[in-house]
Design a protein around this ligand. Sequence first.
Ligand SMILES: [Zn+2]
Length: 243
Amino acid sequence: MPSNVEGFVPPSAMVVVAHPDDAEFMCAGTVAKWAKQGCEVTYVIITKGDKGSDDPEMTSSKLTVIREAEQRAAGAVLGVKNFEFMGYPDGYLQHTLDLRRDVARLIRKYRPHVIMSFDPTNRFFSDNYVNHPDHRVAGDVTLDATFPTARDRLTFPELLLDGFEPWKVRQIWLSGSDKPNVWVDISDTLELKKQALMMHPSQLGEDVLEFAEQMARGSGASQELAFAESFRRFILEEDPVHE
Ligand SMILES: [Zn+2]
């Protein structure tokens, strides 16, 4: 049975993704809905997105600057408060202990109630899309950094020395899952999601608007919602104040 999350607004949320623009596809409608109601949202972008161009005149260093600016503009549309660009190279992401520690550091820094990322178990979405390897790694690392790394005092003791105390994330929300268990009605924020997607002109054209609408309609169909985003949610810690 699907859980009813209508009315649930966490005090804080951290979205951890591989590339600039990933978060807009995954959860922009939900982010905008929560931010409007006072949720402090932090975007963590692991790679520079510096491979996303076929233009022979484009260089990775130029593209890095463009994509960071695009991501900040998209987040501003949605009400995202904090941005962290981790600066890893696009396309080469690996599940290393260094990356896990670096994500855990940001979790301890911002102490989010909810973490959002990719479902790393979903490799094949359809007959015409194979999930990007960076997405799978980002999802996997985020899960491991959330539990148990950010929580455990004795893991990566250098984080403690830097002043980052352990933190227990309350909930994990994974996007792109083939086993969603919560659906967020984004009818009121679909337009903001579209506007945010259009802030990535180096990557996306007008055709993304129709795609985003179809995605939202498809996600909502099973719940009789006009437009939705779906997630696989895990509750790690009950919180009677906000649930
Ligand atoms: Zn991506």
